[in-house]
Design a binder for this molecule. Sequence first.
Ligand code: A3P
Length: 296
Amino acid sequence: ERKFAHVLPGEHIYKGRLFFGYSPQEILDAVKNFNVREDDVFIVTYPKAGTTWLQEIVWLVVNEGNLQKATEMQVYFRSPFLEFKDLVLNEVGLDLAESMPSPRVIKTHLPLDLAPSGLFTSKCKKIVLFRNPKDQCVSYFHFYRSSSSFGNYQGDWPEFLEMFLDGHVDHGSWFDFTKGWWSKKDNPDVLILFYENMKKDLRSEIKKIAHFVGRSSVSDEIVDSIADHCSFESMRSNPMTNHHDVYSIDKEISPLLRKGIVGDWEDHFTTDQSERFDAEYAQKMAGTEIPFQYHI
Ligand code: A3P
């Protein structure tokens, strides 16, 4: 008997994690052997950390602020989603990445042990973006509701919270993902970022990124123009970044760029739910001490 009523279209279990049909087994198998290049930049996130935001920023940094090209092509095509086979557009992230010239900016949501095996034998850059899990869970809930590829979730918030805590969501458990990647924090080719720090001071995070990917030469003017281009309002109204045309999101239910704030969890979690979350966190994340910020 199923514990949860919601069924993801094409859902399956791969090495202990739940995946939806857009990440089928053959793609997940193929990802392991993906040809990593030394000058690749990987954007590594659990869903709803602010992936799209970081993709746009990193792509612009790597391309020295080429706003012209950024307005000609969806970020979706400039920065492929590795383990994703778009069943509507018939686009495979892996193939898109294979055919791209370097330097590539590649997105993945995979937990550490499912990521390409070449990732740590190469000096390629891995940028891991974290977000406090309460806000991330809320964001995922609204995404589940709005996206037809996730089956337009009809359940309520309390049930979704249980699914999230249980890891019964696409790409599996947040706790599993976060513990795995956090263990790489001292690797010189890994940069850990936090959504909340990007909200607090985007310019300094952009400079940090530029330095990390070997583009310290990017001028203050370019940093400013990237920060302006990547503000919430600007990305939300930009058809190249708001995903209205590429993801199966019903923006009337909830757009991808929904609120873009820190602390929206307080409007969703009851006190009991928050305490329950904290208890699960303490148990599952014991010994990690990741400096998450729930308010800024
Ligand atoms: P909310 O649902 O809390 O608004 P992802 O790209 O990983 O799917 O993450 C989506 C989340 O990142 C959404 O969070 C979205 O609003 C937020 N986001 C995207 N672009 C942003 C920006 N420029 N500034 C702030 N938040 C942004």
